[in-house]
Design a protein around this ligand. Structure first.
Ligand SMILES: [Zn+2]
Length: 94
């Protein structure tokens, strides 16, 4: 186990290429089960970072709200609500 103050750890990669990130590091970075991580190569180093959340509809990264583990921006939420309200008005008047 890694203490919260430790910044590195040695882990064995399994036969499927999976790596377990120490729980102390996940807690420190606010990484939870199901979160997305970006994995990239920087020269000869593998860098793993918490993925920047984006809107599931337009990929915007600003003004996000989470619904059922999906992020949506307020503009898309407003658009969906307006569309829903318009449909409701049509069905009531029909
Ligand atoms: Zn959006």
């Amino acid at each position: 186990m890694v203490s919260p103050a430790v910044q590195s750890a040695t882990r064995r990669i399994d036969e499927l290429g999976r790596l377990v990130v120490p729980v102390a590091m996940r807690k420190r970075l606010g990484i939870c089960d199901g979160d997305l991580l970006d994995v990239r190569l920087e020269h000869d180093r593998l860098v793993v970072a918490k993925a920047q959340p984006t809107c599931a509809l337009c990929d915007d990264t600003n003004d996000l709200e989470e619904h059922d583990r999906k992020s949506l921006c307020v503009r898309c939420i407003d658009s969906v609500v307006a569309r829903h309200d318009a449909r409701a008005r049509v069905s009531v008047s029909a």
